[in-house]
Write a protein that binds this ligand. Structure first.
Ligand SMILES: NC(=O)c1ccc[n+]([C@@H]2O[C@H](COP(=O)([O-])OP(=O)(O)OC[C@H]3O[C@@H](n4cnc5c(N)ncnc54)[C@H](OP(=O)(O)O)[C@@H]3O)[C@@H](O)[C@H]2O)c1
Length: 274
């Protein structure tokens, strides 16, 4: 049976909002829920989810602030880990596929680029709690784990927005490396995965790999913004959680099955109307 009704948990987030729009534009019935409709910390998650009787669930909800997760580990595990256990149990009971959005931060950054078979070794509570979520999704129900990195897109409130629309000197840790992921391209990728009813682990990120410093320089150039850059280390930036130095994801498995992923440069221009 073809998938028609897609429930998006985390539908009020940066990715969820774009995904909902893309699915609706392509003929799906997309139902978006944020934490006001369903709190993953509640006991009744399973029964609440069953009321929507979806054909497919996309779980894009998370405590996504890496530093907040480090400061509040119980909250991080409760939402990202055990919240995903509840969602997985509901998917199993309804016999529907679950697509769980995960992260490049499940890797330690020592041996990039990372393929789907590489061993995870998260450095932070965020990464550990997301990996726990992955384990529940894999063990409990039929699922897709889709790992993505450095999200940016038209909904703003992200790193691109911060660089392009903020003021003052930017403090940048120059040596961190990864691949930005454009939420519009990601949403089309999710749609293809839904259509194919694929299962297993996939990595999705826009090429090429870029350092944080070059990512900032390119955002400033494309947006026509003039801001000074000061290179700092993690300590001076004052972060709570350790980040992988190079968590670049290899998306070759996705590209072999679903087609080439465009460069993040195109997404960035589209996003900044440049
Ligand atoms: N942002 C990145 O750079 C990045 C990188 C790699 C992977 N990811 C992953 O990509 C996914 C989407 O990230 P995003 O940036 O779109 O996140 P986001 O903008 O922070 O949105 C998070 C979503 O989760 C919901 N949520 C938070 N706590 C919840 C709770 N207790 N119960 C139910 N829902 C809750 C929020 O609902 P309300 O807004 O209604 O509270 C919101 O819809 C996440 O799984 C994240 O781990 C993100």
């Amino acid at each position: 049976m073809a998938v028609k009704k897609v429930l998006i948990i985390g539908g009020t987030g940066r990715l969820g909002l774009v995904l909902s729009r893309v699915l609706k534009e392509n003929g799906y019935e997309a139902i978006s829920i944020g934490s006001n409709k369903l709190n993953l910390q509640d006991e009744n998650v399973q029964t609440e989810l069953m009321k929507y009787s979806p054909d497919y669930i996309v779980h894009a909800a998370a405590l996504s602030s890496v530093d907040r997760c480090e400061r509040e580990p119980d909250l991080a595990y409760s939402i990202n880990g055990y919240g995903t256990e509840k969602v997985s149990l509901a998917a199993k009971r309804m016999n529907v596929l679950l697509l769980y959005i995960s992260t490049d931060y499940v890797f330690d950054g020592e041996n990039p680029p990372y393929s789907e078979n590489d061993k995870a070794n998260p450095l932070s509570v965020y990464g550990k709690s997301k990996l726990l979520g992955e384990q529940f999704a894999r063990e409990i129900c039929s699922s897709v784990i889709l790992r993505v990195s450095w999200l940016f897109g038209p909904e703003g409130n992200d790193f691109v927005d911060f660089v392009a629309h903020g003021e003052g000197t930017l403090r940048v840790v120059p040596y961190q490396v990864s691949k930005p992921t454009y939420t519009v391209d990601l949403s089309y990728a999710i749609m293809k995965i839904i259509q194919k009813k694929a299962t297993g682990i996939y990595h999705f990120a826009n090429p090429p790999t870029v350092s944080r410093l070059d990512w900032v320089r390119t955002i400033l150039m494309v947006s026509g913004k003039d801001r000074k850059i000061r290179r700092v280390d993690w300590e001076e930036l004052g972060v709570d959680a350790e980040r992988p130095l190079d968590s670049s994801l290899s998306a070759s498995k996705y590209e072999r099955e679903f087609g080439k992923i465009p460069s993040w440069r195109e997404g960035l221009r589209e996003c900044l109307n440049a």
